[in-house]
Design a protein around this ligand. Sequence first.
Ligand code: AR6
Length: 206
Amino acid sequence: MLFLWSKLRNIRYRRQKIDNETVQTIINGVKLFLVTGDITTQDTDAIVNAANSSLMGGGGVDGAIHWAGGPAILEECREIVARQGRLPAGQAVITGGGSLKSRFVIHTVGPVWHGGSKGEAEVLAGSYGESLKLAAANNLGSVSFPSISTGAYGYPVDEAARVALNAVASFLKREPSSLKEVVFVLHDPVAFQAYAAYLKELIEIR
Ligand code: AR6
C-alpha cells in the first residue's frame, strides 16, 4: 500500500515537473515548443485547423476557429471547395484569418482512427507536412498547430504526439524555409503531457 502511494506521488511529481518546464527545442534555427491553451487566441502568422473534408466547419477546434474568426473564413472555404472539391485527408489549404489575431488559417483534414492499420499515421504525418509546406510557400514566419485527429477523430493522443512531432521535426530538418517558430497549442493537460513526454525524448535523442 505504502509502495503504491509512493509510486503515485512520484508520477504526480514527474507530471508537475513537466508542466512547469518550458518544453522546447530548436531545429535548423526554428524554435519548436508546446503551450496549453486555446489556439484561436494565438498570434502566430497562421493557425492550423483540424477540419473535415467538407471545410464547412464542425465542432472542436474547427468550430472554435470559425466562431472566433467570423464568416469570412467560411466564405473562402466555400470558394475553395467550389474550385477544387472536398479536401482529402492528409492535404491542406489556406485562407485568411478573418477576425482572428493570426493572418491566416491553414485547414487540414486528419485521419479518422480505425485502429492504426489503415494508414492513419501516414495521413496524419501528411497533414502536418502539407500544412508546413503551405506556411513556407506563403513565406510565413510562425505557425500554431492543435493536436490534429485526437478529438472527434479518435486518434490515441500518445501515438498522435509521436507522429506529429516526428513529422514537424523531419520537415524542419530537411526544408530550410521562412519559418522561425512552430507552436503546438494543446487544449488539455493530458495532450500536453503526451506531447511534452515525446518532445523530451526527441530532445534527448538529438
Ligand atoms: N484550441 C486548441 N485545441 C483545441 C481547441 C482549441 N480551441 N478546441 C479543441 N481542441 P477535434 P479532430 C483540441 O475534435 O479529432 C470537427 O468537428 C481537442 O481537445 O477538434 O481532428 C471537425 O469538423 C483535441 O485534442 O479535431 C471534424 O469533423 C484536438 O483539438 C472533426 O472534428 C482535436 O480535436 C475533426 O476531429
